[in-house]
Every structure is written in C-alpha cells, then in structure tokens.
Design a protein. Structure first.
Length: 135
C-alpha cells in the first residue's frame, strides 16, 4: 500500500488501547485498522518503525496495569494483515518504562530506546536491540 503507517491511542474499548493503520498521503486509512494492544492493560505512547523492504512494521508502546508498573511492549505487523500478533514485553529492570521510540535497520533488527524511571528516584535511558520478524 502507499503512504505511511499511523499509530494512535484511543478508548473505544473503555481503556486506552493502541491501534494502527496504513494511511495515505491524504490522511485517510487505506487499509484495515488493527488493534495492537489488548484491553487488559492501559496502553499509550505508541511509536512505529517501518521496514518497507520486508513489508512489515514494528509498533512499540508503554502499557501497565497499575501506576509505576509500566513496561515496553513491541510487536511486528505485516502490512494489510488485518491483525497484530501478541506483543512481547521488552525486559527492563526499572520501576517504570515509558515513551519508547523504535527503528529497524537494514538487517531487520529492531532498536528500541525508552525512559526508565529508577527505583528510589531518578531516570535513565535504556536501549534494546532485537531480531524481529512476523511469525
């Protein structure tokens, strides 16, 4: 499909959830909206990284079931697939992981950075590099 991919947060299921769609240059959806996160967690701060060569994109977001217990989640979606596989939880030793950003390199590795709020106060920036592909 043409255009770029978009991700957003909305409350259509009663809690904050992440959705994605292929969006044309006119701002209209050119493919199905895909629910990326489930309804069991409150999710926000989505970011997207496109892998045009493989026809897929990575969606990353923060999600948690309680304040100060947020984790970074990541999933790969094939364009126009109509559904997203279950997101993995990215390992982190922080009290709270927030505001992820993503990039996919030429070999298909997903690089993530995010803000960690550290137990006892303070903050740090964390990095993870994952091999990724759609199942």
């Amino acid at each position: 499909c043409t255009g770029f991919n978009g991700v957003w947060t909305d409350e259509r299921y009663g809690s904050f959830s992440i959705f994605a769609a292929a969006v044309g240059t006119d701002g209209r959806s050119v493919g199905p909206e895909v629910a990326v996160s489930g309804t069991d967690l409150s999710a926000w701060s989505p970011a997207i990284a496109a892998d045009d060569a493989r026809g897929q994109f990575a969606i990353v977001f923060s999600a948690g079931s309680a304040p100060n217990e947020n984790r970074i989640h990541a999933t790969m979606i094939v364009r126009d697939a109509g559904e997203a596989p279950e997101a993995i939880i990215v390992p982190s030793e922080s009290a709270d992981a927030l505001d992820p950003r993503a990039s996919i390199d030429a070999s298909g590795r997903l690089a993530l950075v995010w803000q960690d709020l550290v137990f006892g106060g303070g903050a740090a920036v964390s990095l993870a590099v994952l091999s990724c592909s759609h199942p």
